[in-house]
Design a protein around this ligand. Structure first.
Ligand SMILES: Nc1ncnc2c1ncn2[C@@H]1O[C@H](COP(=O)(O)OP(=O)(O)OP(=O)(O)O)[C@@H](O)[C@H]1O
Ligand SMILES: [Mg+2]
Length: 318
């Protein structure tokens, strides 16, 4: 199951991504946290001391990732022909979550009890070339080729605002949690997201954050209505964690916030993926991309990359 945390800048996407992955990992479930933001803070939120993760970000090895994932798929004859929305087909390399392959080996490192990997930072070499989100392509490629089952989780901390819609990445999740503070700006991102989500049939639930009292909750209910799944209250635990004091781990998190994490998990588990629909969205987005810019950019007919009879999933993996 893939879960994205989105929302306004500073709403708490990184904090909630970290809490939720720790909650899942603590239950013994296989989980991978991905820092999908170009400003990388997830490792820190997971308790990593200052210093590098000890693994390169996906963005630093896109060519190798493309070569691995296209495998022997005859519809994708070169890495240059593979764009981030290129869907897998017969011959493509499909991955198991945290499986024994070169991508996981190169990019995943454990922070505390949580394995994680990162997209990559936005650096000088990105300025003026390709699209702003080029570094995010690695996560999209990865998710397009990942065969994850129920009870396995990938949690992605996304870029702020509605920017996440600039790629097809937002169609790759089983659940998108929109983190909203009880403010007008906080709920305005929700409206943008809700409208996009409807268009593409994406499941979005709002998670209120930093709620301090009844008025905050009423505000959220008034503006978000039934899409408000649950909320976290303002947390002294989060602050002390950021000060490096988290003795007792998640067990000492405020009971209300711990309960909210269980509600998030139940919401995710309640809707197992339908692989055929999931793949259809990937193909639709790829074709849309091809027509809009990618055919021209690559000089190829990218619609020809779609393998009409192929559906990724456990059967394709076997
Ligand atoms: N429930 C909470 N209680 C107290 N503080 C919180 C809570 N959630 C988040 N914060 C604090 O709010 C600040 C912003 O949180 P965070 O970095 O998670 O937001 P973000 O949405 O990831 O921001 P950005 O858009 O910059 O990536 C942090 O200092 C964090 O400690
Ligand atoms: Mg963040």
């Amino acid at each position: 199951m893939r879960i994205a945390f989105v929302g306004k800048g500073g709403s708490g996407k990184t904090t909630l991504s970290a809490l939720f992955t720790r909650h899942l990992a603590g239950s013994g479930a296989p989980v991978l946290a991905i820092d999908g933001d170009i400003n990388q803070h997830l490792a820190e939120a997971l308790g990593q001391d200052d210093g590098p993760l000890g693994a390169p970000p996906l963005g630093a090895h896109l060519d190798e990732i493309k070569d691995l994932l296209r495998g022997t798929n005859p519809r994708i004859p070169s890495r240059e022909a593979m764009i981030k929305t290129t869907p897998p087909g017969t011959g493509s390399r499909l991955l198991r979550l945290l499986g024994d392959d070169e991508l996981h080996a190169r990019h995943v490192r454990r922070v505390g009890e949580v394995p994680m990997m990162a997209t990559g930072e936005f650096d000088e070499s990105d300025l003026g070339v390709a699209c702003y989100h080029s570094k995010l392509g690695g996560v999209e490629l990865y998710l397009n080729h990942l065969v994850d089952g129920p009870g396995e989780y990938v949690v992605v901390d996304m870029t702020a605002g509605a920017d996440a819609f600039a790629s097809g990445l937002f169609t790759r999740f089983d659940m998108t949690f929109l983190v909203a503070e009880p403010t007008r700006k906080g709920v305005s991102v929700y409206r943008q997201y809700r409208d996009h989500a409807r268009e593409f049939g994406i499941r979005v639930a709002v998670v209120g954050n930093k709620v301090t009292g009844e008025d905050d909750l009423l505000f959220l209910k008034e503006h978000v209505g039934d899409d408000l799944l649950t909320h976290l209250v303002h947390s002294p635990w989060v602050r002390s964690a950021e000060q490096g004091r988290t003795e007792g781990g998640l067990d000492t998190l405020e009971p209300h916030n711990r309960h909210a994490l269980t509600i998030l998990r139940e919401a995710v588990d309640a809707h197992p993926r339908d692989w055929a629909t999931h793949h259809r969205h990937a193909v639709e987005f790829h074709l849309r991309n091809a027509r809009a810019w990618a055919d021209k950019a690559t000089g190829l007919d990218l619609a020809a990359q779609v393998d009409p009879d192929f559906v990724p999933g456990p059967a394709a993996l076997a």
